[in-house]
Design a protein around this ligand. Structure first.
Ligand SMILES: *Cc1c(COP(=O)(O)O)cnc(C)c1O
Length: 346
């Protein structure tokens, strides 16, 4: 890996971050707070939240097998994705490389930040080749985006290929593991100490059932996390979100129950789906959704909408012609989908 200073945007490396009242005094023992121009009434929402979310991080870090200083919390993973561009890429000059197809936000944030985005198509098994990713990089490539299990394909990417990218690439490799809770593969966040150029993304939006509270995680070296913290809005995670996440962390056994029942449903739903007349192929999945090639994605999508059932039509996405992406729901929801498709007029 190149020295972090060389990878960082020069103005960000030099940035002196905003110092809030809660940065300058962050102890809890005081009883009279007259430092932040808050209203003394309307407790507890009158007070600014902890800018570094220490209480929440103290719960998340051990649960995820990392140290608190290796953890960044964002307003969804989407904030962490955007911050990677703002910290490491210079608009109009640098580029990033990404697998294709994958999650759409990596490209949207590249476009917003005026950074060239270089997609590298997966093979017919939706696997990536380290050599092809590396061959697409040049001296201005700062980031490589990998997503595993990948969205919208659902599959895990070959671990050896990812490790090869981590070993060979001089810039930063981001592995989005938004769906890792549904997979039995060892998550890459446990290898942070082995790879100084690794950033792993997780989210509360999927297995943790909290898409509405907007809470995402980035795991990386303490040096990279410090850069993200320097650039983020001072109070990026509001108090209601921190509270809701703390409550959920205190009963994470609920999440394990959700995941295990979704995995059972996934097996049942994919088996039933593959028997349908409309189904050409169900692709292997390690996530809480699956990709399926069907006889005619557009008309089947419209038919389902008509019945009040919404799936994701991915037919215009690279390698996904006539594919629908289907999220695993509750047992009755999944049964409703299968019954509707059994009655699809051939
Ligand atoms: C759903 C999803 C996310 C979640 O983003 P949030 O902003 O945390 O809701 C991140 N990455 C991938 C690949 C996803 O599919």
């Amino acid at each position: 890996m190149k020295p972090l200073k060389e990878l960082t945007r020069p103005n960000i490396w030099a940035l002196k971050p905003y110092s809030s009242a809660r940065d300058e005094y962050c102890g809890k023992e005081a009883s009279v707070f007259l430092d932040a121009n808050e209203n003394p009434y309307n407790t507890p929402n009158n007070r600014y939240p902890d800018p570094l979310q220490r209480e929440l991080k103290a719960l998340i870090a051990p649960a995820k097998g990392v140290r608190p200083e290796q953890l960044f919390l964002g307003n969804g993973s989407d904030e962490a994705i955007d911050l990677m561009y703002r910290c490491f890429t210079t608009p109009g000059q640098d580029n990033v490389v990404a697998i294709e197809p994958t999650y759409g936000m990596y490209k949207v944030c590249a476009d917003i930040n005026d950074v060239a985005y270089r997609p590298v198509e997966l093979d017919e098994h939706f696997q990536c080749s380290a050599d092809r990713l590396l061959a697409t990089c040049d001296e201005r490539t700062k980031l490589i985006w990998i997503c595993s299990p990948n969205n919208p394909t659902g599959n895990l990417l070959d671990r050896q290929e990812i490790e090869k990218v981590l070993d060979a690439f001089e810039g930063i490799v981001i592995i989005d593991e938004a769906y890792a809770d549904f997979s039995s593969e060892r998550p890459f966040r446990l290898d942070l100490d082995r790879y100084p150029n690794l950033v792993v993304l997780n989210t509360f939006s999927k297995a943790w059932g909290c898409a509405a509270i907007r809470l995402g995680m980035a795991f990386a070296s303490a040096d990279i996390i410090q850069l993200l913290n320097k650039v983020k809005y001072p109070y990026n995670i509001n108090r209601l979100t921190q509270e809701a996440a703390i409550r959920l962390m205190e009963q994470d056994y609920v999440v394990k129950r959700w995941v295990s029942s979704l995995l059972n449903e996934r097996a049942r739903l994919t088996a039933a789906f593959s028997q349908l007349a409309v189904c050409r192929q169900v692709y292997p999945t390690d996530a809480n959704f699956f990709l399926a090639k069907v006889t005619d994605a557009r008309s089947i999508y419209d038919y389902l909408v008509d019945k009040g059932i919404i799936v994701r039509n991915r037919t215009t996405v690279a390698l996904c012609k006539d594919c629908l992406r289907i999220t695993v729901g509750t047992r009755p929801e999944n049964d409703t989908l299968i019954e509707a498709l059994k009655n699809y007029p051939a």
